[in-house]
Design a protein around this ligand. Structure first.
Ligand code: ADE
Length: 224
């Protein structure tokens, strides 16, 4: 899976992608992450990527032009590629991140990992993105929110999506059985020590987990 990230702050991704499971996934080439900075696609002298909103109002709006130019670069087309480009083996999806988009879920992550080879993620900032980006992209783009709260930009949301989709790609998690879904409806988990002593109180691991009886353990887990 290749993630193409359109952002004016690519540095924000550095630490997350250079450690732990994401780092390993990149080294193993299970995923790759590419960046396209709208600032590099501006036509103006001062590399302007935002401007005041028509009709008035607070804040700045991200301009459509540099984002569309960055998207074309990521998509590898000169025009608007409605669906598959002839002879292309890749399968692209574009995501526009916005707090008003449809909710990102594990089901969405799973489906995306299965269906697409390339996901282009457009990160908004400020008061939002000129609505014509969405109009230009039409049905090849989903507007997606990672939750019912407003972030200062789409970068954190993009990292959440990269993480959640990547873990659905075979090989990314070392041990497939640790796929989170089996933990979502989750049982309690314990590790050493068997007895934890804290502030005069003893916290014990449930005896069934020490029993070695896997039938009983499975039943206990189902009840959690
Ligand atoms: N940008 C700002 N808030 C967001 C959210 N909750 N989800 C996706 N993108 C966002």
């Amino acid at each position: 899976m290749t993630f193409h990230i359109i952002t004016i702050f690519p540095n924000l991704f550095e630490s997350y992608l250079s450690d732990s499971i994401m780092k390993r996934a990149i080294i193993r080439k299970d995923i790759s992450v590419k960046f396209y900075n709208p600032r590099d696609f501006t036509k103006s002298k001062h590399n302007k990527v935002d401007d005041i909103p028509y009709g008035g109002g607070p804040g700045m709006v991200m301009m459509a032009d540099p984002i569309i130019a960055a998207w074309k670069k990521a998509r590898g087309v000169k025009r608007r590629a409605v669906a598959q480009v002839k002879g292309e083996k890749k399968n692209y999806k574009t995501v526009i991140l916005s707090p008003g988009g449809k909710e990102f879920t594990t089901a969405y992550a799973k489906q995306s990992a299965k269906k697409y080879t390339d996901i282009i993620i457009i990160c908004g900032r400020y008061e939002g993105i000129d609505a014509r980006v969405k109009k230009f992209l039409g049905r090849q783009a989903d507007e997606v929110s990672i939750g019912n709260y407003v972030l200062t930009g789409g970068e954190l949301a993009a990292m959440v999506m990269i993480d959640s989709i990547s873990r659905q790609i075979p090989g990314v998690l070392g041990n497939a059985s640790s796929l989170e879904e089996s933990r979502v409806s989750s049982h309690e988990v314990y590790t050493r020590p068997e007895v934890l002593e804290e502030t005069g109180k003893k916290y014990r691991v449930p005896p069934v987990l020490l029993s070695g009886n896997h039938k009983l353990i499975d039943e206990w887990r189902k009840d959690r």
